[in-house]
Structure formats: C-alpha cells, structure tokens
Design a protein around this ligand. Structure first.
Ligand SMILES: C[S@@+](CC[C@H](N)C(=O)[O-])C[C@H]1O[C@@H](n2cnc3c(N)ncnc32)[C@H](O)[C@@H]1O
Length: 264
C-alpha cells in the first residue's frame, strides 16, 4: 500500500531499470541505518533474547515458522552471564544477497548486548552494514593466517559465533585458530552443523555412519567431547587439540548447533 503510493509519487514505472535499481539499493541502505539506530535504542529494554532474535528477521530463531531454526533457546542459556557486560563479540558471516543488505543477526546482537563491542567478518565486502558499535571486516575464514592476525589485533572475544560458510573444514580450522583468542570463560558457537552430513553440491560432509564422518565438524567435536569428558589418554591428539581439550569445560550438542565453553 505505502510502497504503491511512493511508487506513484516518484513515477516508478517511468524510471529506467538502472534508476530503479539505484533507488532500491538506497532505500535498503537507509532502512538498514534506521534499523541499526532502533536496535541501539531498544537495547535498553531487557527483552528476552528470543524476542530480539525473532524481531530482527534473522533466520537464527523463527519458531513460528515451520522447520526454521530455534537457536534462541540455546542462546538464552549460553549467553545469560554476559548479556549486560562490557564484552567483545565476534560473528563470522553477515548475510545479504542481491538487494538485501544482510546483517539481521548483528541488529539482534546490538539489541541483546547493550554494552558489547560487536565485530563482524564476512568474505564479501559489506559497506552498507552501519550499526552503532558494530565494526565490519572482510575476512575469509578459510585463511588461517588472516584470521589469526585479525584476532591478534582485535581479540580476545568473549563470544564467537561461526555462521559463515558452514563447510566442515572451515568450521574446524576457524575454531582451532580462534580458540586461543576466546577469553577465559568464553563461549564459542558453531551454527548449522547439519552440513556435516551433507554430501551434495560440493559440501564436505559424510554420511553419519561412515568412517569419514570423523573428519566433519560434528565428527571433530564428538571426538573433542570424548576427551573433555575423560581428561586422559591425549597421546593420539595433536598439540593444538591437547591445548583445546585442556582448556575446554564443556561441549554441548544442540539441534544443528554446537556450543563450546572455555575454562574460566
Ligand atoms: C548464513 S549467512 C550469515 C547470516 C547472518 N549471520 C544472520 O544470522 O543474519 C552466511 C554468510 O557467510 C559468508 N561466508 C561464506 N563463506 C565465507 C568465508 N569463507 N569466510 C567468511 N564468510 C563467509 C557469506 O558471504 C554470508 O554472508
């Protein structure tokens, strides 16, 4: 309705496709800026984490829609201690394709963590993500040294969320690289880990009953959980994993989600 009125006012149908494209992009940019300011303002209200995630439009928590993620319940438990603390949060993967700016989860984090500095990384440039207190970086999570240098300059982080490529090899490499840049008592989250059993279209998963499954993200963290539980017989582990196991207090498997808690 409103969009029809605006379209009539600007004589939308008489505009060239290039101009329509330009206006659409500019509209999305301005809308996103306003949303960023709103997220900042509403962060003073301690609404439930699930509410902010749902309102942001991020696919992280949309329980009213069939077969969508419901990560908000796990996040309510995992982030409870840090919600109103002055912490640093890193999210890998910003989202946004075509006209969509992306950044919905960043709007949610901005509203949920009023005192946090939020850093976001994506393989694509994201010049239109403008939210107060949110810094954006262009980083490929498969580039170990790039990731490490970035974390040395900008870490340590109390919360790290990997919502990037969802490829097992990237999820494992990113975790192994960033674990030491996670603060003591920090929380590390990996989303959408069902890709561990995806074998179509270039995904690097394996069937769950196959021996190769141990090379996937869920396979790797299952092994980690085993050693965290027994705290023994580390001989077969490589040095990085020994350090990780020695400093990990818990590994939780939720539906499509893994949450690791570092020792405080
Ligand atoms: C699912 S979207 C993130 C959605 C966003 N976190 C949200 O919840 O609203 C995944 C993002 O990961 C980015 N991505 C894909 N491969 C990547 C890589 N190798 N390194 C960093 N980011 C990557 C994509 O460009 C995309 O923006």
């Amino acid at each position: 309705m409103i969009s029809n009125i605006v379209k009539k006012a600007v004589r939308w149908n008489q505009l060239s496709h290039t101009d329509q494209d330009r206006y659409r992009r500019e509209f999305e940019r301005q809308k996103f800026r306003v949303m960023g300011l709103i997220a900042r303002v509403v962060s003073v209200f301690p609404l439930p984490i699930t509410t902010f995630l749902e309102l942001s439009g991020s696919d992280k928590h949309q329980p009213r829609q069939k077969n969508r993620h419901q990560y908000g319940f796990a996040y309510t438990r995992a982030f409870a201690d840090y919600r109103f603390k002055k912490i640093k949060i890193l999210e890998i993967g910003i989202g946004g394709y075509g006209y969509r700016i992306g950044g919905e989860s960043l709007l949610a984090w901005r509203a949920i963590f009023p005192f946090a500095s939020i850093l976001a990384a994506d393989i694509e440039p994201k010049p239109d993500i403008k939210i107060p207190g949110v810094s954006v970086f262009q980083i490929d999570q498969s580039d170990k040294s790039g990731l490490d240098n970035f974390a040395k300059e900008n870490g340590p982080f109390k919360i790290i969320i990997d919502d990037g490529s969802h490829m097992s090899m990237h999820q494992i490499l990113t975790f192994k690289t960033l674990f030491r840049h996670l603060s003591d008592g920090g929380v590390y989250v990996i989303e959408d880990v069902e890709t561990s059993c995806w074998t179509h279209d270039g995904w690097d998963g394996s069937p769950v009953q196959s021996e190769l499954f141990s090379n996937t993200c869920v396979g790797y963290f299952s092994k980690l959980a085993k050693y965290v539980s027994v705290r023994n017989n580390f001989e077969s582990l490589e040095q990085t994993d020994i350090e990780i196991v020695s400093n990990t207090i818990s590994v939780y498997f939720e539906r499509n989600l893994i949450i690791i808690n570092k020792r405080g």
